[in-house]
Unconditional design. Structure first.
Length: 56
């Protein structure tokens, strides 16, 4: 899963409540007001973490 940092604590709490440790990559918040170039930069920065997460 990919989520913004604003949802990190909620995801941790929900995972604990469910007894589940989801694989999550957090990206900077907010997303909705970013330019296309900023979104690309965020995606580029997260790519290695995402690839690592899905190939473990």
């Amino acid at each position: 899963m990919i989520a913004t940092t604003a949802f990190e604590q909620a995801a941790i709490s929900q995972g604990r409540a469910l007894g589940f440790d989801p694989a999550i990559v957090y990206v900077p918040h907010p997303i909705q007001d970013r330019t296309d170039d900023e979104i690309r930069a965020i995606a580029d920065d997260a790519l290695d973490s995402v690839l690592d997460m899905i190939t473990r």
